[in-house]
Ligand binder design. Structure first.
Ligand SMILES: Cc1cc2nc3c(=O)[nH]c(=O)nc-3n(C[C@H](O)[C@H](O)[C@H](O)COP(=O)(O)OP(=O)(O)OC[C@H]3O[C@@H](n4cnc5c(N)ncnc54)[C@H](O)[C@@H]3O)c2cc1C
Length: 550
């Protein structure tokens, strides 16, 4: 944690050097001593500090300075650091101005020049003020800060991206914090695009995309080599397992992930049916463990980097990345999983990210403390999310189209929901739309049995209405089934036009030799974590057999 700052300001260089010397001698073990020789210079330093998330404990400012008086400076500085202790250095003749400043800028103290000996006339006063400051100010956060609005979808996206990648950050809602609003305006103007992300080195990004954010947050976004034995697209359970087994067999392995490791499983609030974890574990925990294991075996992992296509230049398979780079490999595994299907209903699209969320959106749960929220969907992922949100929200309404929760939801979740008092299950209802100004306020429903329309006031809606394979970038390159899942091995139609070799395709091999698919994205897969891990691991056997032929 960086030390809080004590800033001394005086236009007389000799006096300034003397203050600096005395302050350093007594306080430099606990505070960072900075100096400035004018009001504007001091304000610039304070602005810089604020961008970096630094804290200021005390301002010791000379009253008589050309351009901007000490009182003028303290007034401006108060807007940036309202909690900092404000001390005016005055000559005897300025006592009147100092007394007036007690009200004008809430001056905490004024000190007469000269202050010799400092042991008697400077240190005791400043010690008192600094201990008062330390008692009422919580330590500042010196990591990444996101300044945004709860009602800006991009602010949600940035928070969610960092949280899913387990990068710590501090969130400030500018609608609730005037000094953060001023800081945003000083960086990006009066109606900025949000969020503004501030980094500890003093730099900032305005409404960044995943790749920019990943790079600045220190996540790897560029491959270190042009060629790998194995490239895997997607770091869900299937891709991570594939990477661990591939690298442990000595393959130079690159994992390419567009969002965050863990995939769908990484968004799960609590996984209770994964073998070996009788007490259950969170998706974030599972992802973190798998990433650590993959890294230990030397897997390289690109984050925030979508694979945008693939081409074949025998014996190479070349993967293009969204930033224009390409990587080549001998074997490619597509483990791109599935994405929550989007709702095409009136009012939904403008509210996505400002009350309507696809999937679990765990970063948001705490923002809906003591509010009413709804979940649409009746499968396990919806049930898990309901239990998770019930810890924060006042009420959680589960909107289910079917006449009952089972058989789509596992028994253990149905039972748990049944005994959670703030979860209400509405069966036989269909979501027909959403309403709200700036953010979601109400959802529209149709009750099937009565054929009646009704509405429900909710602050958030979490959508789990089924999933679709993420194969749009591979359509036309590998053969898909009618629902868009990738066909592999024995499922490829006999005499397939695109299968070019004499031998039969290997298990998990797609219609392109050397290109494999594993996990939820594969036609016929059992869509569970253990199955995805199993497929990712087993696919390495086929990869190794294939590599012996190139
Ligand atoms: C909320 C929730 C809770 C769940 N809970 C359970 C549970 O308790 N037990 C259970 O067994 N199953 C559970 N499931 C199902 C389980 O998570 C999935 O079956 C499993 O995650 C599938 O793994 P996968 O690796 O095949 O795909 P995914 O998990 O979907 O991972 C695919 C990854 O590929 C990435 N990707 C996609 N396209 C690209 C591209 N072009 N470039 C780069 N990266 C790309 C995605 O960003 C994603 O990270 C749950 C699912 C959800 C949504």
């Amino acid at each position: 944690m960086a030390k809080p700052v004590v800033l001394a300001v005086d236009d007389d260089r000799e006096v300034l050097a003397a203050i600096e010397r005395d302050l350093r001698r007594h306080f430099s073990d606990r505070y960072r001593i900075l100096t400035a020789s004018s009001g504007p210079e001091a304000l610039e330093a304070l602005n810089q500090l604020q961008r970096r998330g630094g804290s200021v404990a005390l301002l010791l400012v000379d009253q008589r300075m050309p351009g901007m008086t000490g009182i003028g400076l303290l007034g401006e500085a108060r807007k940036l650091y309202p909690e900092a202790m404000r001390v005016l250095l005055t000559a005897y003749a300025d006592t009147g101005a100092a007394i007036a400043a007690i009200n004008e800028v809430a001056l905490h103290h004024y000190l007469m020049k000269p202050w010799d000996p400092p042991e008697e006339r400077l240190y005791p006063v400043l010690e008192d003020l600094l201990s008062e400051w330390a008692g009422r100010v919580r330590p500042s956060f010196d990591g990444i800060r996101i300044l945004g609005s709860r009602w800006s979808p991009q602010s949600f996206a940035a928070r969610e991206f960092l949280m899913r990648n387990q990068v710590p950050y501090q969130w400030t809602d500018i609608d609730l914090d005037a000094s953060a609003r001023d800081l945003v305006a000083s960086i990006a103007g009066d109606s900025p695009r949000l969020p503004i992300v501030l980094f500890p080195d003093g730099s900032s990004l305005v409404a960044p995309g995943n790749a920019e954010l990943a790079e600045k947050a220190g996540l790897q976004t560029l491959a270190t080599r042009p060629f790998y034995d194995l490239v895997i697209v997607g770091a869900g359970p299937a891709g991570l397992a594939n990477a661990v087994y591939g690298a442990s067999e000595g393959l130079r392995t690159l994992l390419v992930e567009q969002h965050a490791p863990g995939g769908q499983a990484g968004t799960s609030s609590f996984i209770e049916n994964y073998l070996g974890f009788p007490g259950g574990l969170t998706g974030a925990d599972l992802a973190q463990r798998a990433v650590a294991q993959a890294r230990r075996f030397g897997v390289e992992m690109l984050i925030g980097q979508p694979a945008s296509g693939m081409r074949r230049e025998d014996p190479y398979r070349i993967v293009s990345l969204a930033d224009g780079h390409e990587v080549s490999c001998h074997a490619l595994v597509i483990a791109a999983g599935m994405a929550v299907r989007e709702l095409d209903l009136p009012g939904i699209a403008p509210l996505v990210g400002t009350g309507v969320f696809y999937g679990a959106a765990m970063s948001e749960a705490v923002l809906y403390r003591d509010q009413d929220v709804a979940i649409v969907g009746g499968a396990n992922s919806a049930g898990q999310c309901a239990l998770f949100l019930s810890r924060y929200a006042r009420s959680v309404t589960l909107l289910v189209r079917a006449p009952s929760l089972s058989p789509r939801m596992s028994r253990y979740l149905v039972d748990r929901i049944g005994v959670t008092s703030n979860i209400r299950v509405m069966t036989g209802v269909e979501l027909t739309g959403a309403r709200g100004e700036r953010h979601l306020q109400q959802v529209a429903l149709l009750e099937h049995e009565k054929g009646e329309a009704r509405s429900l006031d909710v602050a958030a809606l979490f959508v789990f209405i089924g999933v679709a394979p993420r194969t749009e970038r591979f359509a036309g390159l590998v053969e898909l089934d009618t629902k868009g899942f990738i066909l592999t091995g024995p499922d490829l139609p006999r005499g397939s036009r695109t299968w070019p070799l004499e031998r039969d395709p290997l298990m998990f091999e797609t219609s392109v030799p050397g290109v494999f698919a594993a996990g939820d994205v594969r036609s016929g897969a059992d869509r569970r974590i253990a199955a995805a891990v199993g497929e990712g691991s087993a696919a390495i056997h086929s990869v190794l057999r294939y590599l012996r032929t190139v």
